[in-house]
Design a protein around this ligand. Structure first.
Ligand code: URA
Length: 241
């Protein structure tokens, strides 16, 4: 994304106001619902200077939204995207009643369940997803076979994937074919590929922790707001309401 200092594109201004996704923002701008200094601007890439320009959406000034942080216990079968061309259920079908547009912090595969944070705080999201910050994501994995000790050791040291070696991971054996794996990266289908790299397959995958935040007693398919302590511990700022 391009930025000029102190300026943002109109698309970014509208989506950051918490009204909708960037795709929606573009379509609203194209539809002529946005005025800048009294004139309709239909170009989503138009640069806005907050000190100078007055932006109206449907003839109302944009309001600065509070930061919102949600924790969802995602069931398998829901896709982590706003709109799915194949019309499968999405995580947005589960967070009804939230009046601010929030984006998922990283993705869980369609068939992965567990902890997913959604927020409109883009800096917080970046902090959690950027591997440089090494925030661990912990997964409970049921494999199709019992992993031998050597396989667990390989996972701990790092395995070779087609997009490069994985960082050392924390790995603990649980009951039967279950293992708990904590990684500090979030590459595409990473845990599934790691398990395949040591000769098994994932039968079930659930994210149970991000940093120190666990899923607790939150029922599958339910969501709640994070509390101030949880937000602070993960590097966000307290919600002012
Ligand atoms: N690793 C995966 O393979 N899938 C997920 O959804 C998350 C981590």
């Amino acid at each position: 994304m391009q930025t000029k200092s102190g300026q943002k594109t109109l698309e970014r201004v509208i989506s950051k106001a918490g009204l909708g996704s960037r795709t929606q923002a573009r379509s609203w701008i194209h539809a002529g619902r946005v005025r800048v200094n009294g004139k309709i601007v239909e170009n989503p890439d138009h640069w806005i200077d907050f000190d100078r320009d007055r932006v109206l959406f449907d003839d109302k000034p944009l309001q600065v939204r509070d930061r919102v942080y949600l924790l969802l216990n995602k069931p398998a079968g829901y896709i982590t995207t706003f709109k799915d061309p194949e019309r499968r259920p999405t995580v947005y079908d589960l967070i009804t009643g939230v009046d601010t547009f929030v984006s998922p912090v990283g993705r869980l595969d369609l068939e992965t369940s567990g902890l997913l944070i959604l927020t409109n705080d883009t800096q917080f999201a970046e902090r959690l997803t950027n591997p440089d910050h090494r925030i661990s994501k912990t997964y409970l994995v049921r494999c199709e076979s019992v992993l031998p000790d050597g396989a667990l050791e390989q996972l701990r040291r790092g395995v070779s994937l087609n997009d490069g070696p994985t960082r050392p991971a924390e790995v603990r054996r649980r009951e039967g074919t279950e293992v708990e794996i904590a990684i500090t990266e979030g590459r595409n289908r990473q845990v599934r590929r790691m398990i395949e790299a040591v000769g098994s397959k994932v039968a079930d995958l659930r994210r149970v922790r991000i940093g120190g935040l666990g899923i607790g007693g939150l029922a599958e398919g339910s969501w709640r707001e994070l509390n101030a302590g949880e937000i602070g511990a993960l590097g966000g700022r307290e919600v002012r309401r």
